[in-house]
Design a protein around this ligand. Structure first.
Ligand code: ADP
Ligand code: MG
Length: 554
């Protein structure tokens, strides 16, 4: 037996560790992701080195990552058959936190504000050290590919580590075994279900298969197969595989209505695989709710909380995988990243383009998508000025002329009456209610189409949109209508005739009687059967928006 040599960490590790444990990662589960991604990296490195030195992987054993749990000993072990580390490499890689410019880094860290600290540490290789969030001792036994001697690195993460040679019989045939002696309050990481869930969630798509040994002596069971579906090309993926993947990523068991799968190259490199669900996710109208797209960096899961899409696409499910961000990126840093902003823009465009294609090519499917998510997409007309026109083109409406189907604004404009200058709409809570409203009478009589808007969001975008193809939007429950200028309708003469003295006398009477209740009483051509109707004034909210605002207690 050799005596273990005593070493000190370079740089003030204990301070850095303390900061990291307490500020960078809010979520302790990430230690496992870090260890798995190191193990996967080691396997990838071996694959690469073996291209020029085939002897390194002479045994021909396929890459794999083995995770073993031992509840009695309270340990979790991550073992790989990758490139391994020599004694020098253990010292360099695990004994030196900052591989270069340590002092400068520590000084910047001292000076940085809390937010930037997370960013600085994120750019910095601290992955392995996250083990010390859950373990009070970490042993790393490693045997480099092509060598006989194995070494053990051991530390409590408080400032010192030891290195000693180990008997080859106690080391992996090749690669690295990292054993965590878990803290008392981290013993849940010896539970099979908990660990399996974390692996699936965070590392389900690392490129090396992961196996789990649930207790000492048990057979390893495969948890993940080591292939990220989205890295394959569209033509190699079956519908069933897409559907399975969708179910995994969305937690829903229906069939998606559409998938958008593409690889972006050029200034930013990323792959996106996004689905339009086949049914309404239950929490869609929760205001607190962000998107559910998962962000991966180099096939390693980072978060599902990054705003990868605008709010009006929050029903989409899927992933974005990029090589352009550092793996240790902190959540705080993600939200501010300009790279992510560029990716978000790119993915949004591709999704809208895919929806446009459906709208043109597969109208039946698009009808389904619109029925489910149209109300959410319409939020974008209000929110996303840049894509307003695009979204207006996508939008489908029930109108006085739509029958069973829907009409687009292009349909509407194409069929506008001679002399008609506006796109007319009426907003309310249901089609029945709207169809019965007296304001529609004059429009019906003249064969003028009116959009029937029944989603709350309609009352917000419609008054705010300048125009569609040069035609303004006009609520028929508001202000004066220019019906008389429009051709068509049966008894046009009557409508334009000057009101008789009796009518004028009645209007005068109504004005006097209702002067506390209404702003104005006037003769209108919008009615054919009803005697009177209420309209809102030209400026300000229309009737439906008035009601919504009153309902909200404003
Ligand atoms: P990073 O992965 O960002 O480089 P880490 O702290 O996670 O930072 O790991 C530090 C270094 O330790 C790695 O770059 C690698 O050289 C080495 N290392 C860690 N785990 C392994 C492993 N399982 N096999 C081989 N090398 C490893
Ligand atoms: Mg790492």
């Amino acid at each position: 037996e050799h005596a273990a040599e005593q070493h000190s960490f370079e740089a003030d590790v204990s301070r850095l560790l303390h900061m990291m444990v307490h500020s960078v990662y809010s979520d302790k589960d990430v230690f496992l992701r870090e260890l798995i991604s190191n193990a996967a990296d080691a396997c990838e490195k071996l694959r690469y080195e073996a291209i020029s030195q085939p002897g390194l992987a002479a045994d021909g054993a396929p890459s794999r990552i083995l995770i073993s749990l031992d509840e009695d000993k309270r340990t979790l072990t991550v073992e790989d058959n990758g490139i391994g580390m020599s004694r020098e490499e253990l010292v360099d890689a695990l004994g030196t936190i900052a591989r270069s410019g340590t002092r400068a880094f520590m000084e910047r860290l001292e000076a940085a504000k809390a937010n930037d600290k997370a960013e600085l540490i994120g750019q910095f290789g601290v992955g392995f050290y996250s083990s010390f969030m859950v373990a009070d001792r970490v042993d790393v036994v490693s045997r480099p590919a092509g060598q006989d001697q194995a070494w053990k690195w051991s530390s409590d993460g408080k400032g010192n580590y030891t290195i000693s040679p180990v008997d080859p019989a106690d080391a992996p045939a090749r690669g690295t075994r990292v054993t965590l002696q878990l803290m008392e309050d981290a013993k849940s990481y010896t539970g099979k279900w908990a660990v399996e869930r974390i692996i699936r969630e965070q590392s389900g798509h690392v490129p090396v298969p992961i196996e789990l040994v649930e207790k000492a002596g048990a057979e390893p069971a495969k948890v993940t197969d080591g292939v990220a579906l989205w890295t394959k090309s569209r033509s190699d993926i079956t519908k069933e595989e897409y559907n399975d993947f969708y179910r995994g990523v969305s937690g829903q068991y229906d069939e998606p209505l559409l998938n958008v799968h593409f690889r972006a190259e050029g200034r930013h490199e990323y792959t996106a695989l996004a689905f339009v669900p086949g049914s309404l996710p239950f929490d869609l109208f929760d205001v607190e709710r962000h998107g559910r797209m998962k962000l991966y960096v180099k096939r390693v899961f980072i978060t599902d909380d990054a705003d990868l899409l605008p709010r009006y696409l929050r029903f989409m499910r899927g992933i974005v995988d990029t090589a352009d961000l550092p793996l240790n990126i902190s959540r705080e840093m993600i939200q501010e990243s300009p790279i992510l902003a560029a990716i978000r823009k790119g993915v949004t465009s591709r999704i809208l383009t895919a929806l446009e294609k459906q709208a043109e090519g597969d109208t039946e499917n698009f009808e389904k998508i619109w029925e489910l998510f149209g109300a959410i997409l319409k939020e974008g007309i209000y929110d996303d000025f840049e894509r307003r026109t695009q979204l207006l083109k996508l939008a489908r409406f029930k109108t006085t002329a739509s029958g069973e189907g829907h009409r687009s604004l292009a349909d509407y404009v194409k069929d506008m009456k001679e002399g008609q200058s506006a796109i007319y709409y009426i907003a309310g809570t249901s089609l029945e209610q709207l169809n019965a409203s007296p304001q529609l009478e004059g429009f019906r009589a003249r064969g003028i189409e009116v959009l029937l808007l029944t989603d709350p969001v309609d009352s917000f975008w419609a008054p705010n949109v300048q125009d569609f193809e040069g035609k303004s939007f006009k609520s028929i429950t508001q202000g004066l209508s220019d019906l008389d200028k429009v051709a068509g309708g049966e008894n046009k003469e009557d409508r334009t005739a000057k009101p008789s003295d009796e009518v004028n006398a009645f209007v005068e009477f109504a004005r006097e009687t209702l002067k506390e209740e209404v702003a104005e009483v006037r003769v209108s051509s919008r009615l054919t059967e009803s005697a009177v109707c209420l309209v809102a004034s030209e400026q300000g909210p229309d009737r439906q928006l008035e009601k919504i605002l009153q309902g909200a207690g404003r």
